[in-house]
Design a protein around this ligand. Structure first.
Ligand code: COI
Length: 358
């Protein structure tokens, strides 16, 4: 297909970008998308970039019924030298394949995944907002496209697509502390389930509890383990970190928690920033005890969309516990500044995490 550049007139893009920090997260999409199809007979085939368009699917398509899906979340940034930067995209390609495997979907070559992203981003460079705190969100997704409602089995056909969305902050609070609700009545993922896969069902199952949290004035749910409703797991849109006795603590990956790329990066750079990090089980009782005794001095979440999000309030058993006077803490700020400095190409990337899209 002949690519005609710049479908949205430049003056309309200028208007859209007049205050990019105010862009509603994931609501606006760029001119083009990447697509690739799979059939059992031919494998992954026909990769192409096309104008962004709605998908026309038969109502019987497996996608609508059994949620055999996988997706990723990444961000592209514009460096001060006008380069397009991705953050550890190989990690996303690998995690996508782990999710695909768990969902019994044929894997996609990491090279192809990355090449597709690079070609699309190069074409859509003008859609990357430059203001710090904004970026071009990348959403690679695989859906089953076979139209059959009978058997519960892997689809014989799939569609892989990548769409791009210019975004500001994920939370309306921006980089200000959010409040979380821990509620024993709900769980996100059980042992042996799909908790560590990035698949739609995990998010669908979290909506009811998120609404309870939202109705009580909290931004997100702090999920507890499904067996004992005791151990802290994650926040759905983020992984979670605690500063406890001057050490950084985060729950270990045991199959029920999404293995976040930001989580991994925070763990890997903690020592260099001057704090020891530890992956260990932490119960809600230990957390509440730690907040009331002053041993827990900070809480923050990590995620691609959320980056580093300070947590100022935790609600549990009808009580609210305030952390660090509901203010952004030293470590949240330090990790935020360092991570975003690297991601935007402003700080030296001694870890080799930044990937320049050529
Ligand atoms: C991300 O952080 O990229 C995610 O996929 C989380 C989603 C709730 C926006």
């Amino acid at each position: 297909m002949e690519i005609e550049k710049d479908l949205l007139p430049p003056e309309e893009l200028k208007t859209l970008f007049s205050d990019p920090m105010k862009l509603e997260f994931g609501k606006t999409f760029t001119d083009y998308m990447f697509t690739m199809e799979y059939t059992r007979k031919e494998g992954w085939k026909d990769p192409k970039i096309e104008p962004y368009h709605p998908l026309v699917l038969d109502p019987a398509t497996m996608m609508f019924h059994y949620s055999q899906t996988a997706f990723e979340g990444q961000k592209a940034y514009k460096s001060p030298k006008d380069e397009i930067l991705l953050f550890r995209p190989q990690e996303n390609a690998r995690r996508m394949n782990r999710s695909l495997k768990r969902m019994c979907i044929p894997e996609i070559s990491e090279e192809l995944f990355l090449q597709a992203e690079c070609e699309l981003l190069t074409l859509e460079k003008r859609w990357i907002p430059t203001q710090k705190g904004t970026s071009l969100y990348v959403r690679p997704t695989v859906i089953p496209t076979e139209a059959i409602v009978g058997p519960i089995r892997p689809s014989d056909e799939y569609l892989f697509f990548i769409i791009l969305s210019p975004v500001g902050p994920f939370f309306k609070e921006g980089f200000n502390p959010v409040g979380l609700l821990a509620d024993k009545a709900y769980s996100r993922a059980a042992s042996g389930g799909t908790g560590e896969a990035k698949t739609g069902g995990n998010y669908a199952g979290s909506i009811a509890a998120s609404q309870v949290a939202s109705n009580k004035g909290y931004s997100q749910v702090l999920w507890l383990d499904a067996k004992e409703h005791r151990y802290i797991e994650e926040v759905g849109a983020m992984n979670i970190f605690f500063v406890l006795d001057d050490r950084l603590v985060t729950p270990p990956l045991m199959g029920t928690i999404l293995p976040g790329v930001t989580r991994k990066s925070v763990l890997e750079m903690a020592g260099d920033l001057g704090i020891e990090a530890e992956e260990r089980l932490i119960s809600i009782d230990e957390l509440i005890g730690g907040i009331t005794s002053g041993r827990v001095t900070e809480i923050f979440g990590t995620g691609t969309a959320a980056v580093i999000s300070p947590v100022g309030r935790i609600s549990y058993d009808e009580e609210e516990y305030v952390v660090n006077n509901n203010e952004t803490g030293y470590w949240a700020k330090k990790f935020f500044d360092t991570l975003t400095g690297i991601q935007y190409g402003e700080l030296e990337d001694k870890y080799g995490w930044v990937y320049e899209v050529e």
